[in-house]
Design a binder for this molecule. Structure first.
Ligand code: SF4
Length: 472
């Protein structure tokens, strides 16, 4: 499990079609740039035009792939995936890309998001297509649907799948000679298109395109299917797709890399605006502004500029603390925070500190940070959270902890202030959030803050439900 107190992102996907090149390395470096989106498993599938070759294992991208493994994945066409389990257990058999077979031959599929009607579709597809399901992820349902769906071309297949799938799905799909990329009709998860060395690449985030040296062309539209093969690139938007986005606003707050472009804007700048906005709503006097590194740094920089209070690095993060597979209890989490951060007494002692956090889930991190700052001699500690209180769980591919664990779902702001031992605490309002991300021109999903989701959802969802079902 992750030792931080953040919602856990879903997955990262890449796809490449570059004639004359071996794209396994492209997929590798694309996934490497998207490692923050999922650290449990990594996989790459490639083809030279004859057959799909696949390698997918548990572990970080750099642990799964080496020179020899990449050499065993030849071909100018490929897709890659890095996973955090949002539905289905953290098991090797759920590692992606997944393979499925149908009347159009074999396909490999990589998925970012969460399909909320996967259980119903499993039952329906067993009857309609005689499908059998061996794995426990919703991606298996998507792969099977794309493999078995009726349609005379991939656009028809994709339109059919969009009619039946409910939820969040950005997809990379390959046959032995075609690359297909799909963004769901609500545009909940990001997906972008670029060019590289005379070919095409798609990726969850533009930062991956930058790292590959690709040229960013554009973000995918809602409900868009892009098909790339030897005849070039074609695109079609599903007629029933919404014209406004319901992109996950947490991509803007925390998930995406700050150097990625989302809805036409650099996430770093959006995050600065979130910080500035929460200060405008809840000003307070302080000597220094401190961000909880690294994810809250842009928010803290924006807040400091608005407040005209110096932004200062006061907590140093151990950059080599990443993922630790430790027991998922509160004590272990607290220990993890201690290993991760070290406060600098000389900078902190005797100061009134304005601490900026991008989001608070359970409050483990902020509580430990405040304790550290007090031990280091802080005179006052004021906390500003650059997003609203998280009061509901996510149904679209983000692990948010359970409702019982979400501190803002169970305590008032005054109670949380006392619980975390801050001198003051304030969150950004939902209105302030929408102002900072420049909605409603582009609207967003704000479900975990407001309880209003872009499509109806069951209130509590268990990501392990297929596992539970198969165990009973
Ligand atoms: S509920 Fe929250 S985390 Fe989930 S998609 Fe909506 S905004 Fe994102």
């Amino acid at each position: 499990m992750n030792i931080d107190d953040k919602p856990h992102e879903e997955c990262g996907i890449v796809g490449a079609f570059i004639p004359g090149e071996s794209v396994a390395r492209t997929a590798f470096f694309g996934l490497f740039a998207l490692q923050h989106r999922g650290q449990e498993s990594a996989g790459i599938a490639t083809s030279e035009g004859d057959e799909i070759r696949l390698k997918a294992r548990m572990g970080l991208v750099s642990q799964v792939f080496h020179e020899e493994t990449l050499a065993g994945l030849p071909g100018h066409l490929g897709i890659g995936h890095t996973r955090y389990s949002t539905m289905g257990g953290s098991k090797e058999y759920n590692a992606q890309p997944l393979i499925a077979n149908g009347q159009r031959g074999q396909i490999a599929v990589g998925h970012n998001g969460n399909v909320i009607n996967a259980a119903e579709l499993r039952v329906e597809m067993t009857e309609e297509f005689g499908s059998t399901f061996e794995k426990t992820s919703d991606t298996e349902v998507i792969a099977e649907l794309f493999a078995k769906a009726p349609g005379s071309d991939w656009f028809e297949v994709s339109a059919y799948a969009m009619r039946r799938l409910k939820g969040a799905y950005s997809l990379v799909i390959m046959t032995k000679d075609q690359l297909i990329a799909v963004r769901d009709p609500l545009g909940i998860r990001p997906l972008c298109l670029g060019t590289l060395n005379g070919g095409w690449v798609v990726a969850s985030e533009t930062a991956a395109l930058d790292n590959l040296g690709a040229e960013f062309v554009r973000e995918f539209e809602n409900g868009e299917t892009v098909l790339i093969d030897k005849n070039g690139i074609r695109s079609r938007i599903w007629a029933s797709a919404r014209t406004t986005h319901a992109m996950c606003v947490f991509e803007q707050i925390y998930f995406a890399r700050p150097d990625s472009i989302l809805n036409g804007e650099l996430a770093y700048e959006t995050r600065q605006r979130l910080g500035a906005e929460v200060y405008r709503e809840h000003p307070v006097d302080a000597d220094i502004v401190v961000g909880i590194p690294d994810s809250s740094t842009p928010h803290a920089v924006g807040l400091a500029a608005e407040a005209k209070i110096p932004y200062t690095e006061a907590i140093i993060r151990n950059r080599y603390v990443g993922r630790t597979f430790i027991q998922p209890d509160q004590r272990s989490r607290a220990q993890g925070v201690q290993t991760k951060f070290n406060p600098m007494r000389g900078v902190i002692s005797g100061k009134r500190i304005l601490v900026v956090d991008d989001s608070v889930v359970r409050s483990t991190t902020i509580t430990r940070v405040i304790k550290m700052l007090r031990r280091a001699g802080a005179k006052e500690i004021h906390v500003r959270v650059a997003s609203p209180p998280i009061k509901s769980t996510c149904h679209f591919g983000v692990d948010m902890a359970t409702l019982n664990e979400l501190i803002a779902a169970n305590k008032t702001v005054a109670e949380i202030t006392e619980y975390i031992d801050a001198d003051s605490l304030a969150y950004l309002s939902v209105k302030g959030l929408l102002r900072a991300v420049r909605a409603p021109e582009n609207s967003y999903c704000t479900g975990c803050f407001t309880g209003n989701y872009p499509i109806p959802v069951q209130l509590e969802m268990n990501k392990m439900r297929f596992e539970l079902a198969s165990n009973t």
